[in-house]
Ligand binder design. Structure first.
Ligand code: NAP
Length: 299
């Protein structure tokens, strides 16, 4: 447990930059994989984190545009919209026996990664955090928590335990989830209704959950039905209670991307939900309409 790791971080943005900085601060060797410009900036300036939970600090990291040396783990923290392009920076041969740990939201990327890399080394993780890359190497971490569930049903359990231990030691709350499908769907079940509704209506959660209550309830019920059909438990009443407990000003990251004119992870969230519903013959009319309307709006 005391042996420091070498960890590559593909896409040192909001989530990746935060984890890279925390791991580096704890004494691990971190190699951020990024494009030439971002890699150059991070090499010169390091990563600066401003955080309610961890304080303000700056660390140095190594950088490269491609993985060229052995690592213990490679965190994948790009968005879905850039995943394919980013993966060219991680040649399967360079990854070898290392764990590949995607922290993306969504449910379909593990299969993409397992088709390309050693399937029993792909360890999908779910992260609950609010962290934003405001400039290359500058991370604003707003949430008072950083929670990570590591999964990977075929990954040797001791490898997951060791990584979770190091992630916890550097300040996050990391644990190993017993079941990958349940872990991914637990996040999806909360995220999809929140993201689709707030982005479709351009409203923060408080206004969305009162003005569009019926749609929120329908989205939650539909997502829960798809989750169950995929073999993951779901608790729609608890999901609704969580939305109601959230601050009324809360915005989804999809909504923030829409406001900033950035590409949305709409296909990875809404599209994936519709595809899963289709595979299992689950009716999801409200989800279908919202995804259609968001696509029609140019997303
Ligand atoms: N941010 C959060 O609070 C949060 C919370 C939970 C889950 N998530 C999920 O985590 C995933 C990552 O989100 P994020 O918010 O961390 O994204 P982000 O802040 O946009 O960071 C993505 C990073 O990927 C880099 N990148 C883009 N294309 C690349 C390429 N071809 N090669 C290498 N690097 C590339 C970007 O580099 P540049 O800096 O050069 O642009 C950026 O640093 C998403 O699936 C998101 O839904 C995020």
């Amino acid at each position: 447990m005391t042996h420091p790791l070498t960890v590559a971080v593909l896409g040192p943005g909001g989530t990746g930059g935060l984890l890279a900085a925390l791991l580096s601060r704890s004494g691990h060797r971190v190699i951020c994989l990024a494009g030439e410009t971002t890699a150059g900036t991070l090499r010169r300036t390091g990563i600066t984190v401003r955080s309610r939970q961890f304080g303000d600090f700056t660390v140095t990291v190594d950088t490269d545009t491609e993985l060229r040396e052995p690592v213990d783990a490679c965190l994948v923290t790009v968005k879905h919209t850039t995943l394919d392009a980013a993966l060219t920076r991680v040649p399967p041969a360079a990854l070898g026996d290392a764990l590949l740990v995607p922290l993306l939201n969504g449910i379909e990327h593990p299969a993409t990664l397992r088709a390309r890399y050693r399937p029993d080394r792909v360890a999908p993780a779910v992260i609950r955090v609010e962290s934003t890359r405001t400039a290359p190497g500058v991370i604003e971490h707003g949430s008072p928590f950083t929670e990570i569930d590591l999964a990977g049903d075929a990954v040797p359990r001791d490898r997951l335990d060791v990584l979770a231990g190091h992630l916890t030691a550097c300040g996050t709350t990391a644990r190993v989830a017993e079941n990958e499908t349940s872990a991914l769907w637990a996040k999806m079940s909360f995220l999809a209704p929140f993201a689709l509704l707030t982005t479709r209506y351009g409203l923060p959660l408080g206004a969305a959950r009162t003005r569009h209550r019926d749609e929120l309830q329908a989205l939650v019920a539909e997502t829960a039905a798809v989750s169950r059909a995929c073999g993951a438990p779901a608790d729609p009443a608890q999901a609704l209670a969580r939305y109601d407990a959230f601050p009324s000003t809360a915005k989804s990251s999809m909504q923030r991307d829409a406001e900033a004119g950035r590409p949305l992870e709409l296909d990875a969230i809404g599209g994936a939900l519709l595809r899963a519903a289709g595979r299992h013959g689950v009716a999801v009319p409200v989800t279908e309409r919202l995804v259609r309307e968001l696509r029609a709006a140019g997303h």
